[in-house]
Design a protein around this ligand. Sequence first.
Ligand code: CMC
Length: 428
Amino acid sequence: MSRTAELIIDGKSYKLPIIEGSEGEVAIEIGNLLEEVKVITLDPGYKNTGATKSAITFLDGDHGILRYRGYPIEQLAEKSSFIEVAYLLIFGELPTQPQLDKFTHDIKTHTLVHEDTKKILDGFPSTSHPMGVLASLFCSQTAFYPESLDPNRSAEGVYLSIVRSLAKMPTFAAWSYKNAVGHPVNYPDNSIDYCSRFLKMMFALPAEDYNVDPVVANALDKLLILHADHEQNCSTSTVRIVGSSKASIYSSISAGINALWGPLHGGANQEVIVMLENIRKDGGDTEKWINKAKDKNSGFRLMGFGHRVYKNFDPRAKIIKKAADDVLTKLGVNDPVLEIAQKLEEAALKDPYFVERRLYPNVDFYSGIIYRALGIPVDMFTVMFAIGRLPGWIAQWKEMRENKEPIGRPRQIYTGHTTRDYTSITKR
Ligand code: CMC
């Protein structure tokens, strides 16, 4: 029997349908409320508002569960590869070997970017943050592939845009770094795997042999899997809402990259290392900084702590914390901020302020420490997150398109002036 909710406004009752997800999640459907009752719902930050039905990622914040297409993140991080996970997210099932071979081959065929992209890159001063450069280069692909602007593109055309996006992302990312350090760019080496290709473009210097360390490439692959999707977060909702206007895949994803950049979202991984370094330089007194985070007037938050949906623990943070230990040991890196991070975490988890608000380390708390051990500069941390999140953005954009979702257009409660007459400038 279908369930309904009852809403009573001014003594009048309205029945609203209840929708249930495959994991028992419950939503009250309010689609016709405005038409029937002339009221809207108000939920700043969409804290309690579902914007879509999606079959891609399941997340249970109370129990620290994250699954891509039903597969637990722990299993995927341990046993799968980033490209296999990308296929799973985008096409819904784990690939067979021939499917994976074809997908890998198709991606390799498109790693080169149009040479004119370099002219666009050359226009950026070396002071440009790599995230801004990445978003711009991504969007510039609408110019090189104008057919991608067609909202009625065939399935084959969409597939081409998808493999182009995945193929060119590491090239754009590495080039955004080369621009920042003022070095010549490297071209993709298709004889090596996805992560190694990125690392080689990023670190190889002219006239020098560069061999990718497999420990580094494997650690990066795992990090990318952990970042690959996270249902309707800020950047993914941005991708879906931009895409809902039938903007192209490149412009939708470029918007997602910009949304990810902010310090409350993907930009937090950069902020965590900056914070840990500041604490170290300040003498390493973690208690002082915990107190600062609790003081609402300080304007300071413990970066890498807290999450909109995880209220118990972030399963990605658990995996990353262990991976950070492994990678640092394997690479023989001794990073003094790791100890500070561990002390901060220990203190915060015991502190009533953090306990009452259910604030736990999130994915960004330890990821920066691994990136640093892998030799990735701080300004590139959020770019790494973007490389990881790309398959999720693509999958969500594709789902939104295939489900023929309406254009995203929230309502508002107007709080400005009521009508008033214009006065000429001499009378004001
Ligand atoms: N340090 C200190 N206090 C915090 C923190 C923090 N990191 N996060 C939340 N709080 C407090 C906040 O002040 C508020 O307290 P009160 O109830 O007394 O007003 C309460 O906890 C709830 O916080 P909120 O800002 O209302 O929660 P939100 O769901 O709107 O924000 C968040 C979630 C992730 C933006 C926030 O926890 C935060 O700013 N964290 C630091 C930035 C960060 O690490 N972001 C990365 C998120 S994970 C990667 C991703 O998916 O983007």
